[in-house]
Each structure stands twice: as structure tokens, then as C-alpha cells.
Design a binder for this molecule. Structure first.
Ligand code: TMP
Length: 207
């Protein structure tokens, strides 16, 4: 018995939190055992690494340190949480995963994909999400929403061009890995976004 691994991706302010809550309750309502987690984070160690990554005092962190910390957190998350949950038949919903690394550290920071792929292979072996929902909307609109919320973290402090590269990298991956990616237009009102997500979930529940 194995569960399904669903990841939710998108640039800043695309509404991941509300939509993840919707996905969780939709799957629970049809009787699935759901485990909700996030990256970077999801374990005690991973959350400590997350704090380092988001802390604006760590402005001097070089891109390779950032990349390695993200994969260190991911290795722990896979070992302690994701693999055991999938093996127990749970549906794991993860707020961001390795596509975020290709988008932020690859697209945003400019680290070559080939270097990210080495670490991906190292910590994941062949594990990939069964479904990746990419919540997509124009960068400026997302940033306006995100910046209203709270004091910006180390990533949110980046300029709009950074997030334009992030979005482009996400969309490129969605095209390249079309079998597991679904792009959701996150711009309309929540109910219309949820309707798109419901259709996608119904398809995977029927498969
Ligand atoms: P969050 O805003 O979704 O909570 O994620 C925290 C930040 O971490 C977000 O700005 C994106 C960033 N991030 C990366 O840069 N690379 C990654 O691989 C992951 C998982 C997140």
C-alpha cells in the first residue's frame, strides 16, 4: 500500500496556504489519511534550518550554502516524515519541494540545474511527486499580496526580477514534466481557483 505524494508550488503570494487547506479537507472528506508538511521544514531539524534560511540577518549566505541547507533539510524530511508516511499509505501534501529549488536556487539564484540534479538524485533517488500543483499568477500581483502580510523574510526581500526568474523556471518545469504538473491559474477569486483544483484532484482520485 502506498499513498500519493502531492506538492504545491508557486512564487510569493499566490495563495498556497488557503489552497492547501482546501486540498487537505477535500481529500479527508473522501476518506484519505492526509499528512500535511512543508519545505524547508517538516521536522525539528528542518524547521531549525528553515529559520536559518529565512533569517534576514543571514544576508551574507552564499548560494551554495543555501542550496546545501535546503537539501539537508529535505534529506531529513524524506527520512523522518515523507517516506514513512507514503509507505503507510498516507497522502502526503507538501507545501513546496524540489521544484522550488529549481525555481528559486536555479532560476532565481542562477545555480546550474545540473548541480541541483546531483543533490536531487542523492537525497531522493527515484522519488518524485505523483502530482505537482503550480499556482501561477503574474509576479507583481503576488508580491503585492505577500508584502501586505508580514515583515519580508530573506527570500521575500528579493527584487521583482528575481521572482520573474522564479516564475519562468517553474513554468519551464511544468512544461518539461507535464505528466505530473498541473498549472492552476491563481489569479481569480478563491472559489474559482478551488474549482480548478477540485477537477485535478478528482482526476487523480479516479486514476
Ligand atoms: P514559503 O514562503 O512557502 O513558506 O517558503 C519559504 C521560502 O523558501 C520561499 O520564499 C521559497 C524558499 N524556498 C527555496 O528558495 N527553495 C526551496 O527549495 C524551498 C522548498 C523553498
Amino acid at each position: 500500500m502506498t499513498g500519493k505524494f502531492i506538492t504545491i508550488e508557486g512564487s510569493e503570494g499566490v495563495g498556497k496556504s488557503s489552497n492547501i487547506a482546501f486540498i487537505e479537507s477535500y481529500l479527508r472528506d473522501v476518506g484519505k489519511e492526509v499528512l500535511l508538511s512543508r519545505e524547508p521544514g517538516g521536522t525539528r531539524l528542518g524547521e531549525a534550518i528553515r529559520t536559518l534560511l529565512l533569517d534576514t540577518d543571514n544576508r551574507g549566505m552564499c548560494s551554495d550554502t543555501e542550496l546545501l541547507l535546503i537539501f539537508a533539510a529535505r534529506a531529513q524530511h524524506l527520512d523522518e516524515v515523507i517516506r514513512p508516511a507514503l509507505a503507510a499509505g498516507k497522502w502526503v501534501i507538501c507545501d513546496r519541494f524540489t521544484d522550488a529549488t529549481y525555481a528559486y536556487q536555479g532560476g532565481g539564484r542562477g545555480i546550474p540545474e545540473s548541480r541541483i540534479a546531483i543533490l536531487e538524485q542523492w537525497v531522493q533517488n527515484d522519488l518524485q511527486p505523483d502530482l505537482t500543483l503550480l499556482l501561477d499568477m503574474p509576479v507583481a500581483a503576488g508580491l503585492a499580496r505577500a508584502r501586505k502580510r508580514s515583515r519580508p523574510d530573506r527570500f521575500e526581500q528579493e527584487k521583482q526580477v528575481f521572482f520573474e526568474r522564479v516564475r519562468k523556471a517553474y513554468l519551464r518545469r511544468a512544461k518539461e514534466y507535464g505528466a505530473r504538473f498541473r498549472v492552476v491559474n491563481a489569479e481569480p477569486a478563491l472559489a474559482r481557483v478551488e474549482a480548478q483544483i477540485r477537477d485535478i484532484l478528482d482526476a487523480i482520485l479516479d486514476s
